[in-house]
Design a protein around this ligand. Structure first.
Ligand code: GTP
Ligand code: MG
Length: 1051
């Protein structure tokens, strides 16, 4: 019926009543359902030019219920009127009738129910209507009726009338004569005032007038004394007349999506009210008139402007459901815990920082939503887990001495040689580059650039007096680290984007600033970012000012461009939602053709989320010279003040339970401190020592992850079993592979081999080398050089060479195995010649690091049959799913994806931008096309082909790959991307710009009764439905986001 929310809120109870009613009327009747589908297999009834013919079987004179729904009919079968002498119920819904079939009039003297909904009626014939004099139930919804005939008033037995979703601007006067009407639906029409005719219907129990522009209600609405259910959603009401409060029978009332700022004082007279929906209004105060409504069971106040909840709310003792989300509520009254019957409590999107004590009393709450609140006590991680955890936390807090431990994760990001590392040293070691401050810079040129050590992490006690510590992550700027950087970006951190002002120029904004902001925003929506400009000593005063201003201006432009782009896209979704699903599915030209309301609402919600969680960029740009102690001090002070700002980092000052602190200490004590990582079980054991049961450990680990102390990827199925507490060792190991420097790699290998002889004598096998002998040194170096080359060109390394590289980190053979498994789980490499979990039987395992693959195209031999390498046309039908990324493409997504799909494919061959492989015997191609200017965004596509009868094999080949990409993309909750299914016909023709069907269709079942879809690019061409919809829908809608990466922030 009414708008989105009310759709959810039309409670089970209402539906159940309706279903019962329908069954009551139809019990024990002889029924017949006729369908044309069996007669003409494979025809597309909605689009075929000839309407199907239905033939009535003989001897149906005693049939009482006839269902002709869903047949694409324009006329009823011949002889219908005469053949059905006993018919009482006729269902004609979902056909193509433009008028009421005259034959219906012949049934008039015995027909009690008629359903002509979802047709194309533009007019009702007075003659047919007046013949239906026995009718009790009439459904005309979802047609195009501009008016109803006066003869409707002659149907004096009518009890239920549904004329919703038409174009009615008025109702006929005669309607007021239908004194037996119990239920009327006139929602979604074009009424401009409350129809006076309805006021005469004293028997009316259910009325839906939603989505009409009523703008007000008449005072004498009080006449509807029998009314139990009233829908007034989206009717542009600003106030309610006092007569409204006389509707003493009301049990369910929908007033959502109006402009109500208050309720009349007498509202409390509606004592029978059980369900009240006041969502999406303009209430600034909790209406006091609700407090005496002791019978209320469901109360919805979402999306208003409430700032508080009165403590008298505890008087609503029967409340089962309370929705208060998306208001401005800062705290809850202590008495709320007295609502012990509550089953649903929805509080997300408010300003709540502290929950009242004894929350555990609300133990019946099953639906609990609290995300998007600045929670401090209990901490966010605990609140997200639900009431029992909150209860346990509150209990512990009451019995232990809490500790405050302010600590913030700080990430230094930026283009290579921006000055991150020097800045980190100068800030954290209280040192000044060149010692002399800024005074005599001429005589002390900056020291030569040190070789970047890669990513580093250090702890910095920035303010000893307050005990404030930063855990500083220095994320090396070279492209080769892109694939591992995202692992370190987590919510709740302070991001410092470092820009070299000496080399900055406006044209370099996208590479040195813009892309980093996009990246952070895509990974950690709503992150807090400061921009620091280094090398200020090398710039003149005016130059400095101009460059800082330019950065500032371009950031604002980029933000504006992105936000406007998103708003426009959200608007298109809104427009699609405003149209009926049927209408949207009637033409493939329509935006979001065939996409279900549910998928559209999800998409809308995601746009809203993206718009509400833009980066928090703290301006202005802070210029600094690492040679000037005063400027460094100013920057330190600035970072401290940002960290201390309670609105920016409310979590920093929260009180933590003692057990969390003990847990942290235990992780960093020997012997576990030395280990590279702990398994989740090891951590759980430490948790028990600290007094944390297993179920409460998760929150503590999430806290340690967010505050930078360790890495714990609770949302990654592959990594959540590990707790990475030994950060510097983990990072050292990762750096080994991503320092793309041949001489350094060679050096490491040579160092690695130097102890080989000892290893041999201890009986460890070394497949690569014999014991060192001076004559073999040169040979060995050449061989190693060869491996290094292969690595940097093709990303290939054999296990024994990896072992040499990791020498310092490996004590035993199994260490290497564990490390290789870890690299695989992180999606950094895969084993070329080993099936998962199977031993290699002595042969050398080769590992492939896709981020190093340099060859432009894969070796084409692997790809045969119907090849489209050079754009020739295909013999078979081609399936292609295309993901496009209009704002930013996640760094190294292609390389990560390349690893992720390995378990699904065989005979693969990899290029820098393409992978050819097989799923069983079916070929698949994954291609990445980098952006070309603003008009052509980055795209990633997955394709396969097969003949039409076997097209399911191609779907089987690509569907798991699509699902895998959807999972990977959930690591980027702030990313906007679109998914499309490219038109096979266009692809076959070799069209450079094939039509794109919405990717949401992948997660929807094939529409019933549709065999072909017209391709809008070439209006007459029909695409088989099997080329657009997969045989079984995918589990995750490609465009929906679970926000997995941010789960504990957003559930
Ligand atoms: N004159 C001057 N030189 C600086 C300043 N900051 C950094 N440098 C120099 O700039 C060069 C690059 O600095 P790094 O700190 O290594 O840059 P980075 O951002 O860590 O680089 P990557 O680790 O490769 O991403 C070094 O030679 C630094 O000494 C500064 O404020 N003034
Ligand atoms: Mg550096």
């Amino acid at each position: 019926m009414a708008g989105t929310d009310s759709g959810n809120l039309k409670t089970v109870r209402l539906w159940r009543d309706a279903a019962l009613r329908a069954r009551k009327l139809r019990s024990n009747l002889r029924q017949l359902t006729l369908s044309a589908a069996g007669g003409c297999p494979g025809t597309d009834q909605l689009d075929s030019p000839d309407a199907p013919l239905l033939v009535l079987p003989a001897n149906i004179g005693d049939i009482e219920v006839l269902n002709l729904g869903n047949n694409g009919l324009e006329e009823v079968p011949d002889g219908l009127g005469s053949a059905l002498g006993s018919l009482r119920v006729l269902v004609l819904r979902r056909n193509r009738f433009a008028r009421l079939p005259p034959a219906v009039a012949e049934l008039g003297h015995h027909l009690t129910e008629l359903d002509v909904s979802h047709n194309r009626l533009t007019v009702l014939s007075a003659e047919v209507v007046s013949a239906l004099r026995e009718l009790r139930k009439l459904n005309l919804s979802h047609n195009q009726l501009p008016a109803l005939p006066a003869q409707l008033g002659a149907l004096i037995h009518l009890e239920e009338l549904d004329v919703s979703f038409n174009r009615l601007a008025h109702l006929p006067d005669s309607l007021s004569c239908l004194s037996r009407l119990r239920a009327v639906d006139v929602d979604h029409n074009q009424l401009t005032a409350f129809p006076w005719q309805l006021l005469q219907l004293a028997a009316l129990e259910e009325l839906d007038v939603s989505s009409n522009r009523l703008r007000g209600l008449p005072e004498d609405i009080s006449a509807l004394r029998a009314l139990k259910i009233l829908w007034l959603s989206g009717t542009e009401l600003g106030t309610l007349p006092s007569g409204f409060c006389e509707l003493a029978s009301l049990e369910s009332l929908m007033l959502d999506n109006n402009g109500l700022q208050a309720l009349p004082a007498q509202f409390s007279r509606l004592q029978r009210l059980k369900m009240l929906n006041l969502s999406s209004n303009l209430l600034q105060e909790f209406p006091a008139a609700l407090l005496p409504l002791a019978g209320l069971e469901e109360l919805y106040l979402s999306r208003n402007q409430l700032t508080s909840v009165p403590s008298l709310i505890s008087g609503l003792g029967r409340l089962l459901t309370l929705w208060l989300d998306n208001n401005r509520i800062r705290y809850l009254p202590d008495s709320i815990v007295e609502l012990t019957g509550l089953e649903e409590l929805v509080l997300q999107g408010n300003q709540i920082a502290v929950l009242p004590d004894n929350f555990g009393q609300l133990s019946r709450v099953g639906l609990w939503k609290i995300k998007d609140n600045p929670l401090i006590q209990p901490p966010y991680e605990v609140c997200m887990k639900g009431i029992p955890y909150i209860a346990a936390y509150q209990k512990e807090l009451a019995h232990s001495q809490p500790a405050v431990q302010p600590r913030l994760k700080l990430l230094l990001m930026g283009y290579k040689a921006a000055g991150k590392t020097l800045l980190r040293h100068c800030l954290t070691e209280d040192r000044v580059e060149g010692n002399q401050g800024g005074e005599d810079k001429k005589s002390h040129p900056p020291s030569p650039p040190p070789v970047s050590k890669g990513i580093e992490v250090t702890s910095w006690t920035a303010d000893a007096s307050r005990g404030l510590r930063f855990i500083v992550y220095d994320l090396a700027g070279d492209d080769s680290y892109e694939v591992i950087q995202p692992f370190f970006l987590s919510p709740g951190a302070l991001y410092v984007l470092v820009v070299n002002l000496a080399t900055y120029e406006p044209l370099r904004f996208p590479t040195t600033v813009g892309s980093f902001l996009h990246r952070v925003g895509a990974r950690v929506p709503h992150a807090v970012v400061c921009i620091v400009g280094t090398h200020a000593d090398l710039c003149g005063e005016q130059e400095l000012e101009e460059k800082c201003l330019d950065i500032h201006r371009q950031i604002a432009l980029q933000e504006k461009h992105d936000a406007e782009g998103l708003s426009r896209l959200a608007q298109v979704v809104d427009e699609a939602l405003a149209r009926d699903f049927e209408l949207r599915s009637a033409s493939p030209h329509a935006a979001y053709y065939g996409v279900s309301d549910k998928n559209l609402r999800r998409r809308k919600a995601h746009f809203q989320y993206l718009l509400n969680h833009r980066l928090q960029i703290l301006s202005p740009v802070l210029p600094v010279s690492c040679r000037d102690p005063r400027q460094l001090q100013r920057l330190r002070d600035k970072l401290l003040s940002v960290a201390e700002h309670r609105e920016i980092f409310p979590n920093l000052h929260r009180v933590l339970p003692r057990s969390w602190q003990v847990l942290e200490e235990l992780h960093f004590q020997p012997p576990q401190a030395q280990r590279l990582w702990l398994s989740w079980w090891d951590s759980a054991r430490l948790g028990l020592q600290a007094g944390l049961t297993e179920d409460r450990l998760q929150s503590a680990l999430s806290y340690l992850h967010e505050s930078g102390k360790l890495l714990y990827f609770e949302d990654s199925p592959a990594l959540k079993e590990h707790v990475f507490h030994n950060l510097s060792r983990l990072i050292d190991i990762l750096n080994v592979f991503f320092q793309r420097d041949p001489s350094l790699l060679l050096h490491k290998l040579l160092l690695g081999t130097s102890g080989e002889g000892e290893a041999e004598s201890r009986g460890e096998s070394s497949p690569l080398m014999a014991p060192p002998a001076p004559s073999q040194d040169a040979l060995r170096a050449t061989q190693l050089h060869h491996y290094v080359e292969g690595f940097l060109l093709h990303g290939l390394l054999p296990a024994h060479v990896i072992r040499l590289l990791l020498k310092p980190h490996i004590q035993a053979q199994q260490d290497l195995q564990l490390l290789l498994e870890l690299l695989e789980k992180m999606g950094l490499c895969y084993c070329l010649n080993k099936a998962k979990g199977k031993p290699l039987n002595g042969s050398t395992a080769w590992y492939k690091f896709p981020c190093y693959v340099q060859n432009e195209v894969p070796h084409a031999e692997a790809w045969i049959n119907g090849t489209n390498l050079a754009g020739q046309s295909f013999v078979a039908e081609q399936l292609q799913i295309e993901y496009s990324f209009p704002f930013t493409f996640p760094p190294s997504l292609f390389a990560r994806y390349s690893v992720q799909i390995n378990s699904h494919v065989v005979h693969r061959s990899d290029g820098k931008l393409q992978i050819f492989a097989y799923r069983g015997k079916v070929p698949v191609v994954v291609s990445y096309r980098p952006a070309k200017g603003v008009l052509q965004p980055d795209t990633l596509s997955i394709a396969s082909h097969a003949s039409l009868p076997n097209i399911w094999t191609a779907w089987q080949a690509i569907t798991p790959l699509v699902e895998e990409l959807n999972v990977l993309l959930q690591e980027w909750p702030g990313l906007h991307y679109t998914v499309h299914i490219l038109c096979s016909k266009c692809l076959k023709r070799g069209s450079p710009n094939p039509h794109a069907f919405p990717g949401e269709l992948l997660s929807q079942p094939r529409p019933e009764g549709v065999a072909e879809i017209i391709c809008p690019k070439n209006g007459s061409e029909r695409v088989n439905v099997a080329l657009v919809y997969p045989p079984t829908p995918t589990v995750i809608s490609p465009c929906s986001k679970k926000n997995v990466g941010e789960k504990h922030r957003n559930q």
